[in-house]
Design a protein around this ligand. Structure first.
Ligand code: OGA
Ligand code: NI
Length: 343
């Protein structure tokens, strides 16, 4: 609990344990800003046929070029997006006593409030972020385990999850159609039993060039939808360089997780990203991870495998991937290497 940044500590100077070794730091001013492709989802459902085909082309083009894109006009109400950011801020601004009930350093506990890295070596550098992580799906089965403070959190999150998950499922359906997978490929086990939320809070940091909010990583899941407040901080790896992705109003940032890379046999890729800190303003973001069931079987889909394109990845049960992910992340080893064939 003492470790929580959002308790208002550490804001005058950066304590030693947060100072990254020079090779992990962000040199000031070298990052360029990039506008990710912005895809208009035209309300998010009931597409005209031509619209659907157009959106599929845009999603696949952006997905293949960047592994990241933004969506607008996606069907989630502005009110719901605003409420989600606001209730997250209210959560982290609560008193220590109110937050204590949710705090845990047990990395195997699903629902918990924690600070800094949950995967890094015990003595490794910490990073400048607090996080509330919650299992959120199906909503009626998980809602009673969510924080009961602030008073509106459960109501706001329940509405947000249902609406935002619909956007992710629409995108998965467009992707499966565009890639020639059978209809409903990503439904069921792959997406319908686990939805995880990371509600992230990055307090202002007195020395942004010595720290990171989130270390470079790829997401472990199928597809991620990110809601950013108004403050910048997300950076993605593009053509060997870190580029900043500024928030645009009412948009979600979408990116692919490792599982989508494996299932598509590398046609779509999970791209490295990180969060930088800033000294001016606290930053809030909410990442929603559509995640396969622990027991689901993952392998490159046969549609992507033939004589010229042998499978690049092994098949596995998702819980085994998770175990390896936790083990290797602690050593800062790329988990995908362990699942590559001949890798
Ligand atoms: C994450 C993540 C980025 C951000 O939680 O996995 O990448 O901008 N978040 O907070
Ligand atoms: Ni991420």
């Amino acid at each position: 609990m003492d470790n929580l940044l959002s308790n208002g500590k550490f804001h005058q100077t950066v304590p030693k344990q947060f100072i990254l070794p020079p090779e992990m730091r962000v040199p000031g001013q070298v990052n360029c800003t990039m506008s990710l492709p912005v895809i208009d989802l035209r309300g998010g459902s009931h597409f005209h046929v031509e619209d659907r085909e157009q959106i599929i082309r845009e999603v696949l083009r952006a997905g293949k070029e960047f592994g990241f894109f933004q969506v607008i006009n996606h069907g989630v109400s502005e009110q719901s997006m605003r409420d989600m950011i606001r209730v997250t801020e209210e959560f982290f601004n609560m008193s220590e006593e109110n937050k204590a009930a949710y705090y845990s350093e047990d990395i195997y506990k699903m629902n918990r409030l924690f600070s800094s890295s949950d995967l890094a070596k015990k003595d490794g550098p910490r990073y400048w972020r607090d996080c509330l992580r919650l299992a959120c799906y199906p909503v009626p089965e998980t809602i009673n385990d969510w924080p009961d403070k602030p008073a509106k959190l459960r109501e706001v999150l329940a509405k947000f999850i249902v609406e935002a998950r619909k956007v992710s499922m629409t995108l998965l359906s467009l992707i499966s159609e565009g890639l020639g997978l059978k209809e409903g490929y990503f439904e069921g086990d792959l997406s319908s039993s686990q939805v995880i939320i990371n509600a992230n809070y990055y307090p202002p940091c007195p020395a942004p060039d010595l720290t990171l909010g989130l270390l470079p990583h790829c997401d472990f899941n199928l597809i991620t939808l990110l809601l950013q407040g108004a403050v910048s901080g997300l950076e993605i790896m593009h053509q060997g360089k870190w580029v900043r992705v500024d928030p645009i109003q009412n948009a979600f940032v979408i990116n692919f997780g490792h599982q989508l890379e494996i299932i598509t046999n590398g046609v779509l890729k999970s791209i490295e990203h990180r969060a930088v800190t800033n000294s001016g303003a606290a930053r809030t973001s909410v990442a929603m991870f559509i995640t396969p069931d622990k027991e689901s079987f993952i392998s490159p889909a046969k549609e992507f495998v033939n004589e010229e394109n042998p499978p690049l990845y092994k098949s596995f049960v998702f819980k085994d991937f998770l175990r390896t992910y936790v083990e290797l992340s602690a050593k800062r080893v790329d988990v995908m290497e362990a699942f590559k064939i001949n890798g």
